[in-house]
Ligand binder design. Sequence first.
Ligand code: AMP
Length: 284
Amino acid sequence: MQIITSKQELLQHMEACQKQHKTVGLVPTMGALHQGHASLVKRAVSENDVCVVSVFINPTQFNNQEDLLKYPRNLERDAELLRSLGVHFVFAPTPEEMYSQQEINSTFHFDFGGLDQVMEGKMRPGHFNGVVQVVSRLFYLVHPTRAYFGEKDYQQLAIIHFMVERSKLKDTFGTLQIIGCPIVREASGLALSSRNERLSDAQKQTALNISKTLFASREWAKTMSVSEVQRQVIDTINAIDGLEVEYYEIVDQSTLLPVKTFDHAIGCVTVYCGEVRLIDNIQY
Ligand code: AMP
């Protein structure tokens, strides 16, 4: 496994792969890797000749500087895990290598066909612009055959699908396939997240109530309306000391617009556990 920090070097390796007609799987990450990331990487390794994992805490997708500063980092431990999974290249650039100062400050705006007007997009202005800025750059550098994303960040996955399949940029991505992978959870149900590292043991116990409530809501959906389930989820989570719901929306899995029935619906939640912002979702 090679750890690469320069774009130029990455491009050279990727050109060599293309010349040899090798398929390439890309897994973009921000590091602090866990078994959720590992599930994407295992799939990328098994489905492609070459697997590239990027480890880059992308400053342009953080609208909260404190969240950026406190984001957990541990490249050495990440590299150890990735080596054990059979990854070929780890791309871990500095922000200065990835972007010019002008790009970091740019007001670059991408059209997401409205997918960014709701939920995370509404709460974190500019977040998805930053995500697409870094992901499109990684696609241009790596020219992957397949790129792997988790359903944990469901809205992000929908936006990447849109970018590659329906946006003005789509022709530049050729036959790139976007692969969505299911949420990996602890045995307790808590969705794995790099941000869980910032939770105390007591907070982790409290945070279990998020997935527990989402699972219960599948039962509630059998007898209650969409708006009743939405209310019940919010009230149940807010009733627990230490948890505060930012939003819980039940939307169509493709358009991300509010629904009236549970057909093809997904519920997406964001909850503050103390200072730590956690997201999760459930398909109905
Ligand atoms: P991140 O490092 O948080 O940017 O995540 C990198 C990728 O891993 C994204 O596509 C995430 O959706 C995915 N991911 C993060 N946590 C999980 C999880 N618990 N299960 C599945 N995929 C995940």
